[in-house]
Design a binder for this molecule. Structure first.
Ligand code: HEC
Ligand code: HEC
Length: 394
């Protein structure tokens, strides 16, 4: 039952935080040179046979969000391999249908996903709801051509952002940072209960990061050592973060991420003005070298980054990961950073209903931090609880 329990634990016991924070207790299997397929690792896989086993869990989380249900809609919890519930059988058929639609109509690209039809409900609506959604006509010019709004260029928006943070010169003067913060981290079924914690975040250029999170009951650590994102769970076991999420952790550890935006993307385009928590923001869509689209939202007034949406591939559709940046303040070095950061879900590829928040209390720029601080620790699994003491002899 190890595998099945493992899957659940990931969805319920998320301890950790992102961007300004990262991750999780026991999220992923230890590294193995040969990745097992789902069929090899689980008991009753009939459709997703060739899926790498460690990608089953993120796909299951996606199904929850896609259909607006919990695991129990398709499974009897802890008897994951059983086929007792009808929706599980239907879901298998739907997976086959979805894959065939994509193969036969979209050259195998993942254009149709569960969400295309389900939109967060188990019962897709087949009939138009009346009155029909009001059609919004864009403004037209004198020749009845739709008028394209004019936006500043992506370069201008990013330059303004860097200025708003304090400018490149001021940013580069800082090479390390120590942050003390309070956090809420996702716990409970589906990660929907937010528990308070305290955290320290150690950052050093170019891309070293260590998060130490204390929940009052336990301390967990996670970080990026320059090469790999890892997490140490409450039981002392150190494991790399989810393979698919590694690029997200790597980029969030970039000490000069703001200065590197233009280099990160192969294409950057300003697509719209949208509201982000009551602020108007330019939506700038970028494409990463691996074709992952990301959207950055910059406040049209202050120029500051308000939100970043990325998405990670799963077999049933891309899993969105959203980070919001709020309450920008000067750290004391003439450089602004967001003092509130929220991530939804709490970790990339996590339960889609979970969230995590960090509130910075104190920042120390150019704190002396030795590189050794960021070395991935050895696993120190704690011994299992001692067997009950024998009854005292009479
Ligand atoms: C919409 C239905 C649906 C939901 C919701 C769902 N699953 Fe699944 N799950 C499936 C289907 C279908 C399979 C089998 C896939 C196959 O045969 O290829 C499966 C397989 C599994 C397996 C493999 C079991 C084995 O040993 O064969 C595990 C573990 C699992 N799911 C866990 C979860 C967890 C945990 C959640 C909630 C986070 C969840 N599932 C939510 C439909 C669902
Ligand atoms: C092309 C549209 C479409 C796509 C794509 C699609 N579904 Fe469905 N799905 C439907 C419709 C329509 C129904 C309702 C059928 C009915 O009411 O009998 C349904 C029903 C279901 C049900 C049964 C719900 C219940 O109330 O018992 C499950 C489970 C399900 N879909 C899972 C999935 C999963 C998982 C995916 C992605 C792998 C998916 N669907 C993709 C259209 C779609």
């Amino acid at each position: 039952m190890g595998n099945a329990r493992h899957v659940v634990r990931t969805s319920v016991a998320v301890l950790g935080f992102i961007f300004a924070l990262s991750l999780v207790a026991g999220a992923q299997q230890p590294p193995s040179p040969k990745v097992k397929t789902a069929k090899q690792q689980f008991k009753n896989i009939r459709v997703l046979k060739n899926l790498p086993a460690n990608q089953l869990n993120p796909a299951m989380h996606m199904l929850e969000g896609d259909l607006g249900v919990t695991c129990g809609f398709c499974h009897i919890v802890d008897k994951w391999e059983k086929d007792d519930l009808k929706p599980k059988a239907t879901a298998r058929k739907m997976m086959i249908m979805m894959m065939a639609l994509n193969k036969n109509n979209f050259e195998g690209k993942q254009m149709v996903t569960c969400y295309t039809c389900h939109r967060g409900s188990p019962d897709p609506v087949a009939t138009l709801v009346l009155p029909a959604t009001t059609v919004k006509f864009p403004p037209y010019d004198g020749d009845w051509h739709p008028m394209k709004p004019t936006y500043p260029s992506a370069d201008e928006i990013i330059d303004k952002y860097i200025q708003a943070l304090g400018g490149e010169a001021a940013i580069r003067k800082i090479t390390s940072r120590l942050i003390t913060a309070t956090l809420t981290i996702p716990t409970g079924p589906g990660g929907t209960t937010e528990a308070p914690a305290r955290g320290e975040i150690y950052l050093k250029a170019p891309n070293l990061r260590l998060n130490v999170t204390n929940t009052g009951k336990a301390t967990i650590e996670d970080g990026f050592d320059g090469t790999v994102a890892w997490a140490q769970n409450v039981r002392g076991v150190v494991a790399p973060a989810a393979q698919l999420a590694q690029p997200v952790y790597k980029r969030s550890a970039d000490f000069y991420e703001a200065l590197n935006i233009k280099k990160e993307y192969t294409k950057l385009e300003v697509t719209a003005v949208e509201k982000v928590n009551d602020h108007d923001a330019y939506a700038v869509t970028g494409t990463l070298p691996d074709d992952t689209p990301e959207t950055l939202y910059f406040d049209t007034q202050t120029g500051l980054l308000l939100r970043k949406i990325t998405s990670l591939p799963t077999v049933v559709g891309r899993s969105p990961f959203e980070v919001e940046y709020d309450d920008y303040r000067d750290t004391g070095s003439g450089v602004k950073i967001p003092f509130v950061v929220r991530s939804i879900p709490g970790i990339p590829l996590g339960a889609t209903a979970s969230r995590a928040t960090i509130r910075i209390e104190k920042v120390q720029d150019n704190a002396p931090l030795d590189d050794s601080k960021f070395v991935k620790p050895e696993s120190k699994p704690q011994p299992p609880p001692a067997p009950p003491a024998p009854a005292p002899a009479k």
